[in-house]
Structure formats: structure tokens, C-alpha cells
Design a protein around this ligand. Structure first.
Ligand code: 13P
Length: 246
């Protein structure tokens, strides 16, 4: 039985003043027994004592694959760990698009995160044109093959399925499409990682809100959500956490 995991991805939003939202989410998460909850704010807020004292796992939205060196502007997984991060999102579609990240690079980042005992959330997802062409499952399977590390390492591997066209648009994949894709991802995980693949949590992301979360969480292979916009305030995020309690 996999516990549900609900992760907030603040993207390039948030300030010290907004960390009160983390404290409010932490308070609600304590009540939501059986659900794991985490927030990934921008790098600059990870080490804040306010964020750390909230008692909620804090994560990052990216890491570099190398341990250290001449990589101006980048942050390594070890640095994140030292700053107090417990998890890191890698291969988000916004980074794949804006920073031209390849599957191979995403895999190297995930491996670096796992080496440091961080939970690595590896994101995959098709574009609208790819879905309309009927290629969604094939595209996501190809991304999984290229992006997932072969070895588990110290940390936990999590997969997030985020159809690109559903991110920040208010559109969500139909429950049937989500169920089909998560089943396909589970099949890939079992085929390639055996029993361990059965323990990997698969999150859905893309316009998850309080009013659609419960329907999505009801599917066997939907083990939680990666939430963007609705994670910025406790008022919108807490009902999603509550929906995960079932
Ligand atoms: P939205 O919830 O704002 O659609 O963002 C989803 C996402 O990209 C989470 O990583």
C-alpha cells in the first residue's frame, strides 16, 4: 500500500513573507494522518529557519548533476541537502522547455539527488499536439526510459505525470486519460524495476485543485499530486491534502 504524497511546487513565486503559508500547511498536514506533504519553494527560501521550523519536508525544484565545480548559477544536490532539502523535482516540463533539458540530463540529476538521499521527483508529460496525435503513452514511455535512474540509490524515486497542456491552464486530463497513463507508467516501472517499481509513487500534476483532486486520487495508481498554482496559499492547498486522506 503506497501512502499518498502531495507536493506543492511554488515555481518562481514566493518570498519570506509567504512562508506563513508553509506553517499553515504544516499544521493541517499534521491532522492528515497517512498523507505525506511537502513544499518546494524557490532555492532562496529552502534554508530559511521559518521554512525549516514548520516541520514540513521542504524540497527544491531542480539540482545540478555534478557535485561541485565551474557551473555558474547552479546548485548541487549535496548543497540542497545541506540547506535542509529533503526532496527535489527534476525534469519539470518548464525546465525541459526553457533550459532545453534532455532525458539524459534529467536522469543524471535524479541520480545525483538519490546519491544524496533526497527524494527525486522525475517529471514526464506529453504536449497537446502529441496527445492529439495519439502518441501520449509512447512519448511518456520514452521519457521514462531516458530519464529514470537504473539504481535506486539512497533516496526515494517518485514519478510525476504532468501533461504539458494541463499545466497552469485550468484544463485537466480526463480521469480516464489519467488512469490510463498512470497504469502505463506503473507497467513500465514493474517491467523495469520489478517489485521496487510497485513501490514508486506516481503523482499527477496539471491544474490540480480542491474540486478535482478527489476524483483523481481515487485511481489505484494515482499516488498523489504535484500542485503548482493551488499550492501557493494554504487556503487552496489544504483541501487538496484533505482529499488525499480519502
Ligand atoms: P499548476 O497546478 O499550476 O497547473 O502547475 C502544475 C505543475 O506544473 C506542478 O509542477
Amino acid at each position: 500500500m503506497r501512502r499518498k504524497l502531495v507536493v506543492g511546487n511554488w515555481k518562481m513565486n514566493g518570498s519570506l513573507a509567504q512562508l506563513g503559508e508553509v506553517a499553515a500547511v504544516a499544521a493541517a498536514a499534521k491532522e492528515a494522518a497517512g498523507v505525506d506533504v511537502a513544499i518546494c519553494p524557490p532555492f532562496t527560501l529552502i534554508a530559511s529557519s521559518v521554512a525549516r521550523s514548520a516541520g514540513l519536508p521542504i524540497g527544491a525544484q531542480d539540482c545540478h548533476h555534478a557535485e561541485s565545480g565551474a557551473h555558474t548559477g547552479n546548485v548541487s544536490a549535496g548543497m540542497l541537502k545541506e540547506a535542509g532539502a529533503r526532496l527535489v523535482i527534476v525534469g519539470h516540463s518548464e525546465r525541459r522547455a526553457e533550459q532545453h533539458e534532455s532525458d539524459a540530463l534529467v536522469r543524471a540529476k535524479a541520480e545525483a539527488a538519490l546519491r544524496h538521499g533526497l527524494t527525486a521527483i522525475v517529471c514526464v508529460g506529453e504536449s497537446e499536439a502529441q496527445r492529439e496525435a495519439g502518441d501520449a503513452v509512447a512519448i511518456v514511455t520514452r521519457q521514462l526510459r531516458g530519464s529514470l535512474p537504473a539504481e535506486a540509490g539512497e533516496g526515494e524515486l517518485v514519478v510525476a505525470y504532468e501533461p504539458i497542456w494541463a499545466i497552469g491552464t485550468g484544463k485537466t486530463a480526463t480521469p480516464a486519460d489519467v488512469a490510463e497513463m498512470h497504469k502505463a507508467i506503473r507497467g513500465h516501472l514493474l517491467e523495469n524495476f520489478g517489485d521496487r517499481g510497485g513501490r514508486v509513487r506516481i503523482l499527477y500534476g496539471g491544474s490540480v485543485k480542491a474540486d478535482n483532486a478527489a476524483i483523481l486520487f481515487a485511481f489505484d495508481d494515482v499516488d498523489g499530486a504535484l500542485v503548482g498554482g493551488a499550492s501557493l496559499t494554504a487556503a487552496q492547498f489544504v483541501p487538496i491534502v484533505e482529499a488525499a486522506r480519502g
